[in-house]
Design a protein around this ligand. Structure first.
Ligand SMILES: *Cc1c(COP(=O)(O)O)cnc(C)c1O
Length: 373
């Protein structure tokens, strides 16, 4: 038997990511591969860098894309900034805060956990109380948009508290970038990472990151080498920013970077603030429709993420059957509950290219049909 080409089904992706990829991005992916040190490609990487600075609202020199998914961006931030001597306060209100804790523990640094209820924003007062009691802490880490529950934390306030206690901040913006207000420089974020496959409408596999001058200083001055050779930013930075002459570090995912470039050009053309507003407008439409279907949100209204809508599964409804029905009858993917909400919630994503009226209409009609069936 000869194995045939793989032709994937045409799905509408409205889960927690990957989200729908724009056709423009997909066609950029198919452009001819050039060498990763080709002058034309180096020029494109410079553009990716300035487009990422635009998306993050930062002037940070150390802004680039890690050649791996969001979790690698997370790991890059932790392994570069921390040594076993450090103490880190991590806020946990879902799955991804827990993943941050794992990173800190594997480095051998001390972790102090601020636990907040799942489905709620991180409580600024709880962070402040913890920092007051732990003056040795040098870092604060939290997830801006917790995709496992659909809760949005107040990154501006959390960062200002961290600054008050002389801590550097590490922020997970995998789902927040381009979907909700995010201002790296204004809010004083020191290390931030995101993902290509959520609100950027791009294919999975790249993780935009940015480091403040202060964070870059910490990385430059560390005595212990970074435990991961691949993620060592002092080596990668030379590759991304070596003035005119770049040296080989690893082979850049050339075509994936075309795709990221295209998605960021689209973001720039739409306008960052307009992209935030679009996500909110589509969320308002969807949440009204979900309410009409009798579905209740997990997260209180003022802490909701527009791009990730988590609702309780009504009593007597079979979670798996409904999601299978949506997939089989409508080619529509929504997300299952994660962690504490496994089997109890659905997570409906409105990310990037998926945050459009036709997607909202399809999702509401399909869910209505599925619930009736
Ligand atoms: C998706 C996600 C990640 C992990 O990204 P991967 O690309 O799956 O590695 C991390 N944090 C948050 C908040 C996410 O939504």
């Amino acid at each position: 038997m000869t194995i045939q080409s793989f032709i994937p089904p045409q799905r509408t992706l409205m889960g927690p990511g990957p989200s729908d990829v724009s056709p423009r991005v997909l066609s950029a992916l198919g452009r001819p591969t050039v060498g990763h040190l080709d002058p034309s490609f180096v020029g494109m990487m410079d553009e990716v860098k300035s487009l990422l600075q635009y998306a993050f609202k930062t002037n940070n020199t150390y802004t680039m894309a890690v050649s791996a998914p969001g979790s690698a961006g997370m790991e890059a931030c932790f392994v570069n900034l921390l040594t076993p001597e450090d103490t880190v306060v991590v806020c946990r209100n879902g799955v991804f805060g827990a993943r941050m804790i794992e990173n800190v523990q594997r480095i051998g640094a001390k972790v102090i956990i601020v636990d907040c209820p799942w489905g709620r924003a991180v409580d600024p007062q709880a962070l402040e109380d913890t920092l007051k009691q732990n003056p040795q802490a040098g870092f604060v880490a939290f997830v801006h948009a917790e995709t496992s529950t659909g809760a949005l934390s107040d990154a501006k306030t959390l960062c200002s508290i961290a600054k008050k206690y002389d801590c550097l901040t590490i922020v997970d913006a995998v789902t927040s970038l381009a979907g909700v207000e995010l201002r790296v420089d204004d809010w004083g974020i020191d290390a931030i990472y995101s993902g290509s496959q959520k609100c950027l409408s791009c294919v999975p596999g790249l993780s935009p990151v940015s480091f403040s001058d202060k964070a870059a200083e910490v990385i430059k001055n560390r005595k212990l080498p970074v435990q991961s050779w691949f993620l060592d930013q002092s080596l990668v930075m030379e590759y991304w920013s070596g003035q005119g002459k770049r040296s080989y570090h690893h082979t850049a995912p050339v075509n994936s970077l075309y795709a990221l470039h295209e998605s960021l050009v689209m973001l720039q053309n739409e306008g960052l603030e307009q992209s935030w507003a679009r996500h909110k407008a589509q969320h308002d439409k969807l949440s009204k429709g979900l309410r009409d279907l009798g579905l209740d949100y997990i997260v209180p209204e003022q802490e909701r993420l527009p791009q990730l809508n988590s609702v309780y599964i009504p009593k007597g409804i079979d979670d798996v059957k409904v999601r299978q029905y949506l997939l089989n009858e409508y080619n529509l993917e929504i997300g299952a509950g994660l962690g504490q909400f496994a089997g109890e919630a659905w997570r409906i994503g409105l990310m990037g290219y998926a945050a459009r009226s036709e997607n909202v209409a399809l999702c509401l009609a399909a869910l209505k049909d599925a619930l009736t069936q």
